[in-house]
Design a protein around this ligand. Structure first.
Ligand code: NAD
Length: 359
């Protein structure tokens, strides 16, 4: 990595943000300020390995609170902002979209406005090296109806869910703050991530934790939906590369070059679990016997596929993990960290956060 930078990370207690902060603190001299509201998906225990570092600070801040954002910019004086904080679960956006509008759209607007006032106040040298990286999703492009074609950086936006629509809105705001005010922004649109510390409502950890607890493995519809999976550390490497070396105003797609049907992902997980801890229930032969098909999610996208050749050719990024080994690493992590997800499932991690949990 390059010279030391002061990096403001939003949403650093979440799945990708915590992987990003662990990587920065453990393998560089950059300093990090993590601002996170600690919603249901934010978990400071994902950061225990870095929490005592002098290069790390945490501020419990809601990005919807503009005064607080201003205070953080003045106090920390970042050189790079990596904006990950978001409501991120499609099912929750269908049940209750309003938090998605507040955090993903209003929160991003606040960050842009405060980043702009701060950036304008910088001297020329600091002004020219400042960067604001907005981390977004391939879901803004909508879905591909057949097995051909890929989303490129030029694909038009066509979001399906309240989640993807709110992320699409935030992408538009970020681009507008560059075109209208010159704010030095970058945008990334990434495919589905997987890996350690992912909140157990998302497909892969949900299936692993259910299987380990002998619960059913519910698959939406026929399970034929296709997603492109990327190991979280590969995403983090890409984000750091874009924030340090990307061209101002540009968008970079990030993906795994790894398209798989959901049902196939679950079968692969079951096979790994069958190898590692053969199922104990006498009535079952394999974890695959726990698979059940449930009513499809409304507006469920059929296929996402990302063409990530731009970031590969322009910035020299590539994926380092393959899906087989990444999935095995992930299963092993959940097997060795049962306390991490059990605290989430029984709610005690929230009590611990409030200081009323001791164990
Ligand atoms: P996550 O849900 O695990 O983490 C989100 C974090 O943001 C949590 O720590 C939460 O407490 C925090 N947060 C939420 N609302 C906040 C607010 N108002 N103020 C401050 N903090 C708030 O999500 P993730 O999977 O780590 O995703 C991070 C980002 O990456 C999101 O912007 C998401 O759209 C994007 N993304 C995710 C994926 C994926 O597969 N997970 C893929 C592409 C892009």
């Amino acid at each position: 990595m390059q010279t030391n930078k002061k990096i403001l990370v939003t949403g650093g207690a979440g799945f990708i943000g915590s992987a990003m902060i662990r990587k920065i603190i453990q393998s560089s001299d950059h300093t990090v300020c993590n601002i996170d509201k600690l919603t249901y998906s934010g978990n400071l225990s994902s950061l225990t390995s870095v929490i005592n570092s002098s290069k790390y600070t945490f501020e419990k801040v809601d990005i919807v609170d503009r005064k607080e954002i201003k205070r953080i910019f003045q106090k920390f004086r970042p050189e790079i902002v990596i904006h990950l904080a978001a409501e991120s679960h499609v099912d929750r956006s269908i049940d209750g979209p309003s938090e998605f509008i507040k955090t993903n759209i209003v929160g991003t607007f606040n960050l842009l406005e405060e980043a702009k006032s701060y950036w304008i106040s910088l001297d020329d040298s600091k002004k020219s090296s400042f960067r604001f990286l907005h981390v977004s999703t391939d879901e803004v492009f909508g879905d591909l109806k057949n097995k051909f074609g890929f989303f490129s950086e030029d694909s038009s936006y066509n979001p399906s869910s309240p989640y993807s629509a709110s992320k699409a809105s935030s992408d538009h705001l970020v681009r507008a703050w560059n075109r209208t005010f010159g704010l030095p922004i970058l945008i990334t649109n990434c495919s589905n991530n997987y890996g350690p510390y992912q909140f157990p409502e998302k497909l892969i950890p949900h299936m692993i934790t259910n299987a380990l607890q002998g619960k059913s493995l519910p698959i939406y519809g026929n399970g034929k939906q296709i997603r492109d999976w990327l190991y979280v550390d590969d995403h983090v490497n890409a984000l750091l590369k874009v924030s340090l070396e990307g061209k101002i105003g540009e968008t970079y797609n990030i993906g795994g070059d790894n398209e798989i049907e959901n049902i196939e992902v679950v079968r692969m997980l079951c096979k790994i679990l069958d190898d590692l801890i053969p199922i104990k229930k006498k009535s079952l032969n394999s974890y695959t016997d726990l698979i059940s098909f449930v009513k499809d999610r409304p507006g469920h996208d059929q296929r996402y596929a990302i063409d990530c050749s731009k970031i590969k050719t322009k910035l020299g990024w590539k994926q380092l993990e393959n899906f087989e080994t990444g999935l095995r690493k992930t299963v092993n992590w959940y097997l060795n960290n049962t306390k991490w997800y059990e605290q989430i499932q029984d709610g005690s991690y929230r009590l611990e956060r409030l200081g009323i949990y001791s164990q």
